[in-house]
Design a protein around this ligand. Sequence first.
Ligand code: FEO
Length: 387
Amino acid sequence: MKHDISEHIRYIGTDDKTLDLFEGQYIVPEGVSYNSYLIIDERIAILDTIDIRCTEEWLANLECELRGRKPDYIIVSHMEPDHAASLHTLVERYPEITIVGNSKTFAMIEQFFEALPACSRLTVKDGDTLSLGSHTLQFITAPMVHWPEVMTTYEQSEKVLFSADAFGKFGALDCYDGDWDCEARRYYFNIVGKYGAQVQMLLKKVAPLDIRTIAPLHGPILRDNLCRYIDKYDTWSSYRPESEGVFIACASIYGNTAKAARALAEILEAKGAKKVAFADLTRDDMAEAVEDAFRYDRLVVAASTYDGGIFTPMEQFLAQLAHKNFQKRRVAIVENGTWAPAAGRLMRELLEAMKEVEICEGTATIRSAFRPCDRFALEALADELLA
Ligand code: FEO
């Protein structure tokens, strides 16, 4: 299946459906795409290389589209290896190529590629342009829209924003069924989520541009109803909840804490919560749990006490939330402990360190097993959470 943007802007990226963990930690059951583009004009520019896992397929795509010509420029939007790892091979094959990046890009090139063959380098700054003939590239830096060197590129004649990691999505292109939100949201909060302020800055910078197509480095090329995707990014990057509802994250050792958490879910539903989502942190995908914590306006953390601390899957979940700048949510705490419940106090301390997190005063404490009388504490907690 072809994913070209136009006659002159060709897709030369690849799908990777055998990767077990993206960035060494995120499952990608439907794979991932490494997007790379080629602009064919009087001068030819490649926008980003590709992960080393797919170099050969990418070079074949490139050669096919070049039809015997040679590329003049390689634009490096992002130095992370899922996009830049094939740079060495590219420069070896086309030594006359000019690498285009900003000063931070070139500093990273030195670090990643000590033995990169000598070639021309063009250092650009925010707002600089590069003419390829009838196409003009305008560089828009996007520092920390994942890494400090990140740079987006606006092609002025066809009005395409090459958005780097922004607007990316997990999932191979040939698995894409049109449902963008779910895996784009999981991607956003786990990969870029920490950098909401920087994403807001990028949105402001590109707002005056007439954008007809968004071409990210992962996932589908976006062409229709772009406001919808931009609105999602505005919501996510400003840490506003996207949906009304409660996300219950539970870490239970023998299932007793889980019984309490499930009972709380029923109580919340009975009291009119719009949506109650549930994750078992001991088994479910942690990245999806992080995504859901950001998605809904209310969170419940339910965990057993373990070794005098928080049962480790919950400890890991809260560390991930802190890492990703979790904020502006209302949270309720359920704890369990057989001889000295401590998880509630410790979870509260971690949550108190987060920005604008409003924690319910009451903590529901389960002692070993969930009993009918524990429902009173859960009822009170549900009332406080939904108030
Ligand atoms: Fe797809 Fe930040 O790399």
